[in-house]
Design a protein around this ligand. Structure first.
Ligand SMILES: NC(=O)c1ccc[n+]([C@@H]2O[C@H](COP(=O)([O-])OP(=O)(O)OC[C@H]3O[C@@H](n4cnc5c(N)ncnc54)[C@H](OP(=O)(O)O)[C@@H]3O)[C@@H](O)[C@H]2O)c1
Length: 309
């Protein structure tokens, strides 16, 4: 198949491009600043901005499947020249329109667990509205809502180490929140690639989550433990952390604010984990602690074969 991936050189995209190349597909990655150094040589790179229709439209010609990964991370406030609204909503509108214009067969929208058109946090609200755009299209669509995805190149690891310290660190409410159900990128991309290849998933919304529910404090401890360091966590009241982040919001040089304050109270877990649809059981998934100990589980070859039609 000929597959276009918007945001193909981002964290998830790099792993998905490799998976699709390994499965024998033709892959094109579209982003604003294409970076060939992070992608297999077989991937074609093209430059475009999903907020600018004319800059992306041509890349959709002749494609069988589009995977829309272009997004801004939720960890920091976006730079002033862009926004979650323009990339997640505007970008989805442009990508869907270009896909319809060029007769693309299937459109896969990467949303995330907690996506909610009425949500209070810009990232999840715009993901929810991006989903609506795709649902209203004439395309054969699939929507994935993964939880926090971890693995090589994960910005979340960098973020945690940027704002915490080994041995003793301060966390709002002792890091009891947010709660996550982290899923390994190596497991995720197998499910996304099955979505690309199989006709069984059209019109479905899949929530994907890892084998364990972990708090921010637990993720922080695991990260430092992998470096051979312990962490004593000193709680700071949530109210103080929230007031501080609200006060920082108008300062352009500080990329933290109201959205991050709201995200501190998040429970990003699901009771409805759809990994089973792709032949996975919780015990097949690589958990964060296992990953950090360098013991990723082997890919499920029989599952890949079963889903490759
Ligand atoms: N990572 C996670 O834990 C996680 C969890 C759940 C869902 N997701 C979803 O998975 C998708 C990919 O996430 P990720 O972690 O791989 O993000 P990422 O590492 O930040 O990559 C984002 C990609 O989008 C591109 N991009 C951003 N703005 C763009 C624009 N205006 N036009 C074209 N390309 C643009 C970036 O390249 P340029 O900056 O060069 O344009 C980059 O290639 C997103 O939809 C995200 O919401 C991620």
């Amino acid at each position: 198949m000929d597959v276009l991936i918007t945001g193909g050189d981002g964290f998830v995209g790099q792993h998905l491009c490799s998976e699709l190349i390994d499965r024998g597909h033709d892959v094109t990655s579209l982003s604003r600043t294409p970076d060939p150094s992070v992608l297999p040589d077989e991937v074609t790179l093209t430059q475009g901005d999903v907020t600018d229709y004319d800059s992306i439209e041509g890349a959709f010609e002749g494609k069988d499947v589009v995977v829309n990964l272009a997004a801004l991370p939720p960890l920091h406030q976006p730079p002033r020249e862009t926004s979650h609204d323009s990339v997640c909503i505007g970008g989805s509108i442009n990508a869907v329109e270009a896909a319809e214009e060029h007769g693309v067969t299937k459109f896969i929208e990467m949303s995330s667990l907690g996506a909610d058109p009425n949500g209070e946090i810009a990232y999840w609200r715009t993901q929810g509205l991006g989903e609506e755009v795709v649902r209203c299209s004439d395309l054969d669509w699939i929507i994935f809502r993964p939880s926090f995805i971890f693995g090589g190149g994960s910005e979340t690891f960098t973020f945690i180490k940027q704002y915490t310290t080994p041995y003793v660190t301060v966390l709002p409410d002792g890091g009891k929140m947010p709660e996550f159900q982290p899923i390994w990128v190596g497991d995720c991309v197998k499910m996304f690639a099955d979505g690309v290849e199989s006709d069984d998933h059209v019109g479905e919304v899949y929530e994907l989550a890892g084998p364990e529910v972990l708090t921010f404090a637990e993720v922080t401890r695991l990260l430092y433990k992998a470096d051979g360091k312990s962490v004593e966590i000193v709680p700071v009241p949530m109210l103080i952390a929230t007031i501080t982040l609200y006060a920082l919001d108008p300062i352009p040089q500080i990329p933290l604010g109201i959205n991050q304050a709201r995200a501190l109270q998040l429970t990003n877990v699901t009771d409805r984990n759809d990994i089973g649809v792709f032949g996975f059981d919780k015990s097949d998934l690589t958990g964060l602690s296992t990953y950090l100990e360098g013991k990723q589980k082997k890919p499920k070859q029989q599952q890949i074969a079963a889903n490759t039609s």
